[in-house]
Design a protein around this ligand. Structure first.
Ligand code: CTP
Ligand code: CA
Length: 226
């Protein structure tokens, strides 16, 4: 049941969320992508809106309907996502980075299609800006929540990532290895860490899990205010 705006645990909060994959061009017709469906981020956006927040969702290419009451900004590449976020990060109270942002992009993208030959082709990849770290490092940073997709040593890697990026909270999940949670699946499970605390959000459909995460964010954020 949807809460009336003005009534939920995030009433009056401005929430900025990234979601989905990014696409890094190789040439005008090809790109490097990843298996993110965007479903977790869209579910978080929907849950935050239901909790009374004013939500802006910066989305990479994904074929999902925009949740009700959510303002959506479509982008393709990591650099476009970075720009869209930095334009808006100063005006938000909570930033939630669920996007699977490409860590690298192709150094030089030719204007014309790369033609086939019988020789090997090498791509040079250069690092993309870390959007989450950039927001967390702002002088008046919002409450920042990161995600961590790991294939091993979940707690250790996630907590290290949280500390290194200076985040208020990180939600970690195991991906890969044929698991039916995480990327491109309907269910997920999260281990959430903050400075001096931890909570397990057990396996559930992403819609339900997003509700639980939003409730935890509201709880921690208000805890920090008092
Ligand atoms: N992230 C981001 N911008 C990037 C890379 C990551 O905003 N260029 C965000 C993701 O949205 C996520 C968090 O950082 O919230 C962690 O992403 P992840 O890929 O797990 O971590 P990385 O720091 O990129 O490290 P690695 O891929 O080596 O594990
Ligand atoms: Ca990464």
């Amino acid at each position: 049941v949807a809460l009336l705006a003005g009534d939920g645990p995030l009433r009056g909060e401005r929430v900025l969320i990234t979601a989905g994959p990014t696409r890094e061009a190789i040439d005008p017709v090809r790109f490097i992508g990843n298996r993110s469906s965007g479903r977790m981020g869209f579910a978080v956006a929907a849950a935050a809106a239901r909790a009374g927040a004013k939500v802006v969702l910066v989305a990479g290419p994904c074929s999902l309907a925009t949740p009700g009451g959510v303002e959506r900004v479509d982008v393709e590449s990591a650099r476009e996502m970075h720009e869209a976020v930095m334009q808006r990060a100063g005006d938000c109270d909570i930033f939630i980075a669920t996007a699977a942002v490409a860590d690298y992009r192709v150094d030089r993208v030719p204007e014309q299609k790369i033609k086939k030959s019988d020789q090997p082709v090498a791509l040079t990849l250069v690092p993309n800006p870390d959007i989450l770290q950039a927001v967390a490092g702002l002088p008046r940073a919002p409450f920042t929540v990161g995600f961590a997709a790991e294939t091993e040593r979940l707690a250790e890697y996630a907590e290290a990532k949280r500390a290194r990026k200076g985040l208020d909270m990180i939600a970690a999940n195991l991906v890969g290895g044929g698991r039916d949670t995480g990327f491109d699946s309907a269910d997920n499970a999260l281990e959430v860490f903050w400075a001096g605390g931890h909570r397990s959000l057990p396996r559930a459909p992403k819609i339900q899990l997003a509700e639980a995460l939003v409730a935890l964010i509201a709880e921690r954020r208000h805890g920090n205010d008092q």
